[in-house]
Design a protein around this ligand. Structure first.
Ligand SMILES: [Zn+2]
Length: 229
């Protein structure tokens, strides 16, 4: 089974990754059920929310709190900050940036769904700030799953104006580099450049491997999850 993941975070014992097209449309419960069965993770221990392209974060600091959230109706949010073991969280994307953050020993984890609206609202830096409030220790590192790259993310002026430092002008068109916009935010809240690794994999540009809303106007989605055993 192919999952996109980060060896730095795997070495800290955090099971995580982004799925690809071969694992199916993760909006379907049969796809997520099959995935977590293969990973030997109980899906009841994976938190979900309703994504709304916001900067709203939900923090969870114990398994008890996790169970409380699981027994409530789905909340609306776009980022998780988790502390504790025996549970995790997941988000869906199809071009947006699935961003994972962790502190020195991966005791505090962040997982956020960063579309351009979330990035413009400061979701990446707010996730780091919330992690620090939750007791994140030492350096914080970042990784992102496959997402739309500047090659394919053509925008109109209204969106480009939100990211003056991350706009690329090409043949009279405007493109936004979301990875760059996110990196700028993470540097501003104290991350080191070498600890930010956002692989250059384009969901829109690789039809064989990824779903892309921009390319196919599909609701089919990839799943990115984190789970601390
Ligand atoms: Zn592309």
């Amino acid at each position: 089974m192919k999952l996109y993941s980060d060896p730095r975070l795997l070495s800290l014992g955090v099971v995580h990754g982004t799925t690809d097209r071969a694992l199916g449309n993760m909006r379907l419960s049969e796809s997520t059920r099959a995935l977590f069965e293969r990973l030997d993770i109980c899906e009841e221990n994976i938190l979900r929310f309703k994504q709304i392209h916001s900067d709203v974060l939900i923090s969870v600091s114990s398994k008890e709190e996790m169970e409380q959230i699981q027994s409530s109706p789905l909340a609306e949010a776009d980022g998780w900050v988790l502390k504790g073991s025996g549970f995790g969280a997941a988000i869906l994307t199809a071009d947006c940036v699935p961003l994972i953050l962790w502190d020195e020993k991966a005791e505090v984890l962040g997982l956020s769904h960063c579309g351009w609206r979330g990035v413009a609202a400061g979701l990446p830096s707010k996730t780091v700030q919330k992690m620090k409030e939750m007791g994140a220790k030492g350096k914080i590192s970042a990784w992102a799953g496959p997402h739309i790259q500047s090659c394919c993310f053509e925008v109109q002026e209204d969106v480009a104006n939100q990211f003056p430092e991350s706009v690329i002008h090409k043949e009279g068109k405007l493109f936004v580099d979301l990875s760059k916009a996110i990196t700028r935010q993470l540097l501003a809240v104290g991350l080191n450049p070498k600890d930010i690794q956002l692989p250059h994999l384009c969901t829109c540009g690789d039809k064989l491997k990824f779903f892309s809303y921009r390319r196919d106007h599909t609701k089919d989605a990839l799943l990115t999850f984190v789970y601390r055993p």
